[in-house]
Design a protein around this ligand. Structure first.
Ligand code: PMP
Length: 361
């Protein structure tokens, strides 16, 4: 037996699924493009990078633990008091804080499945019980079934919109109707990691929803459109009691100074304009890719994210390997399907080529 053989690790951890990150691109020419983690194909905007580099020079000091400058700016952007913004190392960390703040041993968390693969890990690692409600056959949230899954033990419900990895989003009306059926003591988190890629004409009005419902929390990230995945920063917009609870359970000094400063710089007007152009470019690429795939005969769920989902069922592993061999790294989800990030133009061209070759094989 090894030296740590007798250490007691909580048995619950044995049942947890592993988080499998997207494979990196390789420099041997086989996996030329990475389209497996829904990252931005663009590096951070220059002004944002410069701000982070400057902040790095002061890294002998701890960052502002309260991230006040950033929270003030985010509060202004969302029309809430800074005390209603909770920041941590990525929105996945904020989701973990939320679980720790409201879910006790044996309490239930309801979410759609498939959805973001961190949810079962966050819930299970804190002693909560996942109640996974299957998506509809068009890969959308089944809100009827989710409402029916609420019990006395339900403490948290997560709505992921647009849903990772399948792509469909919920409408403002759907969410409002759902919320009318949720008891006021149950927290509803709306995970909007991909919000900026949504068709602006139909994007869900979460600001209004948040104002109308005391149990709603919005989860946002700087990892996707803002291109700061490697810096790790995200936040919640929450009502004061819950925001305070999040700040109580979060890791002290979680978000680094360069991350806070970069996030703050991302909110500047001229940077926002550049990011809006990038979002539009990605939406245009998504349309181009989905049109080409439809031409090939593919029927994909309607995606409002920076990714598309191929519902290839048991062929998922083989399809991802097929793409891998042809230079494009995708992500397979068990026997459900394969997700491809809308990435740089050449990668998107390659995706179209590979998807066509797969159908003809
Ligand atoms: N929510 C969803 C739905 C996601 O897909 C992701 C990233 N894959 C996150 C949250 C996590 O983002 P962050 O990098 O901010 O932790």
């Amino acid at each position: 037996p090894g030296p740590a053989e007798k250490v007691r690790i909580r048995p619950a951890l044995e049942a947890l699924p592993a988080y499998v990150p997207g494979k990196p691109a390789a420099d041997d020419g086989t996996r030329r493009f990475k389209a497996s983690s829904n990252e931005s194909p663009f590096p951070p905007v220059d002004a944002v990078r410069d701000a982070a580099v400057t902040a790095l020079a002061g890294s002998n000091r701890y960052p502002d633990m309260a991230a006040l400058d950033l929270r003030e700016a985010l509060g202004a952007q969302h029309g809430v008091d800074p005390s209603q913004i909770a920041v941590s190392t990525g929105s996945v960390a904020v989701s973990g804080d939320l679980v720790r703040a409201v879910v006790g041993e044996g309490d239930e968390v309801v979410y759609a499945w498939r959805s973001f693969e961190a949810y079962p890990i966050l819930v299970g690692s804190h002693g909560g019980v996942s109640v996974q409600v299957p998506l509809t056959d068009t890969f959308e949230h089944d809100l009827e079934a989710m409402a029916a899954a609420i019990t006395e033990r339900t403490r948290l419900i997560v709505l992921c919109t647009p849903n990772n990895p399948t792509g469909p989003s919920l409408s403002t009306e759907q969410i409002e109707e759902f919320l009318d059926r949720v008891p006021e003591d149950v927290v509803v988190a709306i995970d909007e990691a991909y919000r900026e890629f949504h068709d602006p004409a139909t994007v869900v009005g979460t600001a209004g929803i948040f104002r109308r419902h005391g149990n709603v929390v919005l989860l946002r990230t700087f990892s996707k459109l803002q291109g700061l995945a490697g810096l790790r920063i995200g936040y919640a917009v929450a009502h004061p009691r819950l925001a305070r609870a999040l700040s109580q359970v979060t890791v002290p000094f979680g978000s680094s100074l360069p991350a806070q400063v970069a996030a703050l710089a991302s909110l500047r007007g001229e940077v926002q304009e550049e990011l809006a152009e990038r979002a539009e470019w990605i939406r245009d690429e998504r349309s181009r890719v989905t049109a080409a795939l439809a031409e090939q005969g593919w029927q994909l769920p309607v995606s409002q994210g920076n990714f598309v989902f191929f519902p290839v069922g048991e062929g998922s592993g083989a399809f991802a390997a097929f793409a891998d061999e042809r230079g494009l790294v995708l992500r397979a989800y068990g026997n459900d399907g394969v997700r491809a990030t809308i990435a740089e133009q050449q990668a998107n061209d390659l995706l179209i080529e590979i998807a066509g070759a797969w159908r003809r094989r």
